[in-house]
Design a binder for this molecule. Sequence first.
Ligand code: ADP
Ligand code: MG
Length: 683
Amino acid sequence: MKSYKFNIHNLDCANCARKIEEKLQANGNYANVSVNFSTLKLSFKSELDINKDDLEKEIQKIEDGVTLSLNNEEVNERNNSDIFNLIAGLAIFGISMLIKNNIISTILIIISTIILLYKVFVKATKQLFKSKILDENALITISVIGAMLVGKVHEGIMVITLYEIGKILESKAISKSRKSISDLMNIKVDYANVKLNKEIKSLRVEDVQINDIILVKVGEKTPLDGIIVKGSSQIDNSSLTGESKLVSLKKNDQILSGSINVTSPLEIKVTKTYEDSTVNKILELVENATDKKAKTENFVSKAAKIYTPLVLTFACLFAIFVPLFTNMSYQDSIYKALVFLVISCPCSIAISVPLSYFSGIGTCSSRGILVKGSNYLDNLKDVKEIIFDKTGTITTGNFIISDIEILNKKYKKEELLKIAAYGESYSTHPIAKSIVNAYSKKILTNKISNFKENAGKGISYNLNNDNYKIGTANFVGYKKIDSLNTIVYISKNDEVIGYIELEDEIKNDVSKSITNLKRNNINTLMFTGDKKDIALNIASKIGINNVQYELLPQDKYHLLEEKINSKENGKIAFVGDGINDAPSLALADIGISMGGVGSSAAIEASDVVIMKDDISKINEAIKISKFTNKIIMQNLVFSIGVKIAILVLSALGITDMWEAVFADVGTTIITIINTLRILKIKK
Ligand code: ADP
Ligand code: MG
């Protein structure tokens, strides 16, 4: 299956986006269809070769006027014809009021109504005939024409005028929020300066190849991931990790796309194509994140489908039957029914709920927290229990060798370290990396054969026809030695020849973060594969009082499973480094991985990726989740409240049509502006 992505234009409302998504999905030729109203992106997978123009035609059958462009084409958004129509229509209406002659005045009123209502009317009829759906355009058309027929001409003109003004303001507000979101996510560089035979050429990042040398000047953003081949500089990673402290990088260091070069020019050898680059991974994640919908979102889109017909039926029944049983005139009942129709447009909810989640996810990413779906952002606010892995999560995972102990006098310490480093060079475990770093000499990896890693236990391999095992006491078959340090034992052909004692450090500020979590009534636990003494020691230092130790990855999984099955309410999060706890990360309600920047394993395994190695980010993510939820609730209560209030007032005969229009477009604009606050949450 091939993946496709297009920009989508002239999309009027969130409902239209949903409609296109559902129709394409139902067609059978497209899978994983997503139309994102917040980013204006259409993405899907297909077995077929999809041509942009054909697809555009197909989509126009669903939503008229919608166009597509390829991801990198520039397209001018919506022109000013709406504003022009509005002014022309109103001017003609104004003239009609000045003219005394009844016939000419009526003709002018009809002309101005046509100018003002034309677009809405066309959209409504097309929608009605094509998909048999009565949308908000239909509601407005019926109301305006109805109002005029019952003699309320001024009200009719007022409705369509306010509606049009509202739509124009609404599209301004939406594009402002789109811009704020894309500014937050402004990590992509379009062009890279590539060194080609002493000449420097500006190429699109998509066209740069692995091993090309690119130049990054001072103040520029690094376009692609690579290794520094010339120069050294201070780098600002804040748009990737949310960390504002600069890092010093020099020759042979890895540098990530999206980081800003602050102090001196660099030459970088590209190691990943744009498609695999850190920047593209982050952007894809965030853009696709809103595909995984939260409960509120699913509820809103389901409700919207039955809502309009329901409202319409109710209005008809009201208009027809109320005069039969009361002394209300038909003129009055029809007018009241029309006001009711205008009030009941669901647009503010349909737009503001997805936009809120998108803003929340955008804000998280700008702080170095990648959230892979609205549902996860939503779940974060309900977290009641967080389970931490130890190595690499609570501790730095940068072990320092504190002692090498020889048990068989034939060996020297240096030899033992060499043997260990050769084997560990095949493993990605933090212990392995630390041993390889400590050895610091060249490792001839081709001397190793039969390498096997037993997650949570250790490794075994062959070197010079001997079989070695490195790992826990249990794994090599030795008695445990008491120590507050991590010990890995080394056996040669089943004889334990020595052990390496490693010291790890608790990350900065972990106990502060744990205290903060507890203050938010979140229960904290630690699951570790390490032995009892270390586990208890570290847990007591950071203030976690519920610890499970000497667990294999599958034990962690089963314990977590029990917890999930027996929990009463709230969600359980598992925090790990993604090295050997992928199953638990996947099983938890929310899997959170730490230190994701540059590590694709961690990004894939979890639902939330914390780019920087910093546990306090979990609190930050929960805070953003709660705030997003607060805004969604405020918007829902506000829109529904205003509508009910106006409905009651109109039933009492106090309000008119134009208040009803305010209830529709006014609330939409206010909710969008309220949503923008999510982008400004303080740290
Ligand atoms: P944690 O749960 O604290 O992250 P792990 O499950 O990753 O710990 O590992 C548990 C124990 O298994 C380690 O403390 C170590 O003794 C042993 N171990 C795991 N992988 C390796 C390896 N590659 N080399 C040596 N020992 C290892
Ligand atoms: Mg681990």
